[in-house]
Design a protein around this ligand. Structure first.
Ligand SMILES: *[C@@H]1O[C@H](CO)[C@@H](O)[C@H](O)[C@H]1NC(C)=O
Ligand SMILES: *[C@@H]1O[C@H](CO)[C@@H](O)[C@H](O)[C@H]1NC(C)=O
Ligand SMILES: *[C@@H]1O[C@H](CO)[C@@H](O)[C@H](O)[C@H]1NC(C)=O
Ligand SMILES: *[C@@H]1O[C@H](CO)[C@@H](O)[C@H](O)[C@H]1NC(C)=O
Ligand SMILES: *[C@@H]1O[C@H](CO)[C@@H](O)[C@H](O)[C@H]1NC(C)=O
Ligand SMILES: CC(=O)N[C@H]1CO[C@H](CO)[C@@H](O)[C@@H]1O
Length: 531
């Protein structure tokens, strides 16, 4: 997704108008696509929130999801805020997942978190999955916490006692709270050795008036076919358009690389529900939520379907998020998703209030683009890399940060920032660079997502505009370190070179080939800050 958030002409109009006009909703636009999966916060770190849900609270957008960075599995809930759906400010964990009062260490892991706002109590109510018997609920006066858990759990329809409440959503529609949840049956005699491992069906209930509990009366969200599609439905979200309720869902897959995209619709939560399969592989993702965006000029709402995307498996942290607006036919059915790599989806929406967030990465002097299409590359077992760039201005370099993700390394990742006089220096034997700083990182100083590690510049920090700089990246281990790369357009001053581990001599029949050569058209994701 390309978040080219072009503030429309309306913005300019508003800014020159009187103070009274500034309370008007401001129009902005954003363009999504199927290729740009990784989102980053303003400090340049990968957004670490899986099974995401985006809410507009008090005029600002908040993105929530489970953190996978620390333990490699769902551990706590992070939030990010944005006014333009492009610059995301990290707002921290909603509560300390390590504290004794946190219910998230056990089964459920506080998975699939959802938050609703109770205007009567001016309270944000967090719901999360905490294993058997109901859901945990917590409240806060702020959308970013800290949230305090209620001692009592919200309970579901007793018809499902004995099954395990699992993926769910809570949402407020026309002032009424709703939950859609699945209940896992681990004991079905029909479970297969290969698949399905479990059976689960979706159910919908109203919430109590304080949004802290369910009414414990539920209705199935099922096509009535009672087939293995209805019986493996999970990761739901609910929304209403016109008089129709919609439930978006996927089939059992766990943040995977593509499962059926399901859309149920009914004129009442009691059904009957009509089922559609909108895509066979969900554009290589699993739906995580539906984001309603309002065009402030027309009042029209675009419901944006979004998924946790690729690759599934233990490396959930290598997944990102893809977004595309749903479009509907006159009978209320939705059109199939468009998974083509060339598709772009512009959406006009109401800009959130507050100024666009800024952080170390957005303020960096030199940086590879935040909005490029990045892909994970794990090859420090085979290569030492040299990322080069030209100083964009004269000044004093403070630090260089690189996005890296850990596996189970025993060898540290060593990064060195240096100056060189020409790119040819890298191919020249006996060349010595001018070192600016160096640092080594053990696996326990890095995380399972593409967080940043930062090398402080300690010497030779003054640079002049156009001067050549480099970052060497080395960490030869059986379990390679991972970084991000994007397709670099020539002329941007970024070039990436590689040297096979252990290769320190001339090569080739003439004995004239250096062991260092260009990784054509690629650059790693990094940024350099200036004093
Ligand atoms: C943001 O906008 C909402 C209405 O959408 C308003 O209630 C709120 O006071 C605004 N907050 C700020 C800080 O301007
Ligand atoms: C939800 O309602 C049930 C039944 O009244 C009660 O046992 C439970 O404590 C309630 N939970 C919360 C969070 O209010
Ligand atoms: C992911 O999905 C794509 C396309 O559906 C497929 O080519 C690829 O093999 C899948 N990978 C895994 C690990 O399932
Ligand atoms: C941002 O940069 C400052 C100054 O270099 C540093 O102290 C801080 O840790 C950085 N913050 C993040 C989140 O990287
Ligand atoms: C981090 O890892 C290094 C190297 O394995 C080890 O020496 C160090 O004690 C670890 N630190 C912590 C806080 O676990
Ligand atoms: C070219 C240059 O200024 N090199 C300096 C880099 O920093 C070291 C350590 O402070 C100096 O010894 C070099 O002279």
């Amino acid at each position: 997704m390309k978040f080219s958030s072009a503030i429309s002409a309306l913005t300019a109009l508003v800014s020159v108008c009187s103070a009274a006009a500034t309370t008007k909703a401001i129009s902005a636009s954003v363009t999504f696509d199927n290729n740009r999966r990784f989102l980053f916060d303003t400090d340049g770190r990968q957004i670490d929130a899986y099974g995401s849900k985006i809410n507009n609270f008090n005029g600002k957008y908040y993105l929530y999801g489970n953190s996978f960075s620390e333990t490699g599995v769902a551990y706590g809930i992070k939030s990010y805020s944005s006014s333009d759906l492009q610059n995301w400010q990290y707002e921290g964990l909603l509560f300390d997942p390590a504290s004794k009062s946190s219910p998230c260490s056990g089964s459920g892991g506080c998975g699939r978190p959802h938050i609703v706002y109770n205007p009567n109590k001016k309270s944000y109510v967090l719901w999360a999955n905490a294993g058997e018997t109901g859901y945990v609920v917590a409240t806060s006066s702020s959308p970013s916490g800290p949230f305090v858990f209620s001692a009592a759990k919200a309970l579901i329809d007793p018809a499902f006692n004995g099954l395990q409440p699992a993926d769910f959503t809570v949402e407020v529609i026309d002032g009424t709270g709703y939950i859609v949840f699945s209940a896992l049956n681990f004991r079905s005699p029909n479970a297969g050795n290969v698949w399905p491992p479990i059976f689960q069906n979706l159910h919908v209930s109203k919430l109590t008036a304080d949004f802290m509990n369910t009414t414990m009366v539920s209705y199935p969200v099922s096509s009535g076919a009672a087939d293995l599609i209805d019986n493996e439905a999970e990761s739901p979200d609910i929304f209403k358009q016109g008089n129709t309720f919609y439930v978006a869902a996927s089939n059992t897959c766990g943040y995977c690389n593509g499962s059926i995209a399901l859309l149920y619709r009914a004129n009442s939560i009691q059904g009957p529900w009509t089922r559609q399969i909108l895509e066979g592989y969900s554009c290589n993702g699993q739906v995580e939520g539906v984001l309603p965006l309002t065009n402030p000029s027309t009042g029209a709402v675009t419901n944006v379907w979004h998924s946790t995307s690729v690759p599934g498996g233990p490396r959930t942290g290598f997944g990102g998020h893809i977004f595309q607006p749903l479009t509907f036919n006159t009978d209320g059915s939705a059109k199939n998703l468009d998974c083509s790599t060339t598709a772009t989806f512009p959406v006009t929406f109401t800009k959130g209030n507050g100024t666009a967030a800024a952080g170390n990465a957005t303020k960096a002097g030199d940086a590879t683009p935040a909005l490029a299409v990045y892909n994970p590359v794990c090859d420090s077992d085979s290569f030492i890399l040299y990322q080069t760039w030209t100083a964009s201005k004269s000044g004093t370099i403070k630090s260089v940060s690189l996005n890296v993700a850990r596996g189970s390394q025993t060898v540290p990742l060593t990064l060195t920032v240096f100056k060189l006089s020409s790119l040819n220096d890298l191919f020249t034997p006996e060349y010595k660079w001018t070192q600016l700083g160096t640092a080594a990182f053990n696996a326990n100083q890095t995380t399972y997502t593409f967080d940043t590690v930062t090398v402080p510049v300690t010497t030779n920090a003054t640079v002049s505009k156009g001067e050549l700089l480099g970052l060497s990246i080395s960490g030869a281990d059986y379990s390679p370190w991972c970084h991000l790369e994007y397709q670099t357009t020539s002329g941007c001053g970024f070039k990436l070179y590689q040297q096979g581990n252990g290769q320190y001599s001339w090569r080739g029949l003439q004995g004239k080939n250096a062991p260092v050569y260009e990784r054509q058209g690629k650059s790693v994701k990094f940024f350099a800050t200036y004093a």
